[in-house]
Design a protein around this ligand. Structure first.
Ligand code: SF4
Ligand code: SF4
Length: 291
């Protein structure tokens, strides 16, 4: 069983469209949407939820008004300025969006008026799709700890793949180079970086490629909409090669990619045109690189 993670330096590069097409092309696979801060693979693959579970990314503080003596120690010690007096109240309150769950307020409170309990930050799901099982999640607005949720989704996808003897785990990874993307790629068999032919795309690719090489994960690059700037596409591929990242192919600009999204289907199912051929070639190169 092989795990392929598709990532990009930033959102909006067409990463999810490519993952959806891989879902249609790959034989015996499980899908994992680890782009938990902006999950949208479900918009294309129409999952039918079969199991749902709460996700708790950590603890948050809550002040029990009936026990608080308003000494203000917690307000003074909270480095995140998460505690204040609401208007017309003589008991301080914790703002759960600002609370980072460090637990200091609970430790300094002289009367133990602060409870520090796990909170539900979101939900995760195991679903069925027309292309096999899918693990995905929904994180609450402004909730942190998405790295922990990404790890959980990958573990669940792996356990499904092992149980069902599947060939591939295809992961729609988090964009950027922060904690969620590190959680998306560690231990994967191959990373495919999707980028666009722009200067920022070039910069993002190199940052992501360095990250993958730090974790010693074989990495390929694919330039989406390459024909919008063939010169930068060539530069991206050259620079990638000098960082040990081989080109997996180029995908041309085609309105069919957006149309497929609107029709809630993958590009390779929506059209048999040239862009579909581009994506098929990228998938074949990914399979070849996996050995
Ligand atoms: S847990 Fe930490 S961040 Fe949250 S309110 Fe208490 S001191 Fe502030
Ligand atoms: S430290 Fe405890 S008693 Fe003092 S204001 Fe905070 S919650 Fe209330």
């Amino acid at each position: 069983m092989k795990e392929i993670v598709v990532i990009s330096g930033k959102g909006g590069t067409g990463k999810t469209s490519i993952v959806a097409s891989f879902a249609a092309l790959a034989d015996r696979k499980v899908l994992a949407d680890c782009d938990v801060d902006a999950a949208d693979l479900h918009l294309v693959l129409n999952p039918r939820i079969e199991r749902r579970q709460d996700f708790s990314g950590g603890k948050k503080a809550t002040i029990r008004a009936d026990e608080c003596i308003a000494c203000d120690r917690c307000i003074e010690e909270c480095r995140f300025e998460a505690i204040s007096y609401p208007e017309n109240s003589d008991t301080p309150q914790v703002n759960h969006i600002s609370c980072e769950g460090c637990g200091v307020c609970a430790r300094v409170c002289p009367v133990e008026a602060v409870s520090f309990e796990p909170v539900v930050n979101g939900e995760w799901y195991v679903s069925s799709t027309n292309h096999g099982p899918m693990v995905h999640a929904r994180l609450g607005i402004a909730e942190g700890n998405s790295g922990k949720l990404v790890t959980l989704i990958r573990q669940e996808a792996r356990s499904i793949a092992e149980k069902e003897g599947l060939n591939y785990i295809i992961v729609d990874g988090s964009p950027g180079i922060g904690c969620p993307v590190i959680a998306s790629i560690t231990g994967a068999d191959l990373v495919l970086v999707v980028t666009e032919p722009t200067l920022s795309g070039r910069h993002d690719l190199l940052r992501v490629a360095d990250l993958a090489s730090y974790f010693r994960i074989p990495t390929l690059v694919c330039v989406n909409k390459w024909d919008l700037n063939p010169e930068i596409t060539g530069q991206i591929e050259e620079e990638a090669e000098s960082h040990g990242v081989k080109a997996a192919g180029r995908i041309r600009y085609d309105r069919a990619i957006t149309e497929a999204q609107i029709m809630k289907t993958s590009v390779v199912e929506y059209t048999g045109g040239a862009v579909s051929g581009d994506i098929r070639a990228v998938w074949q190169n990914v399979v070849y690189a996996l050995g």
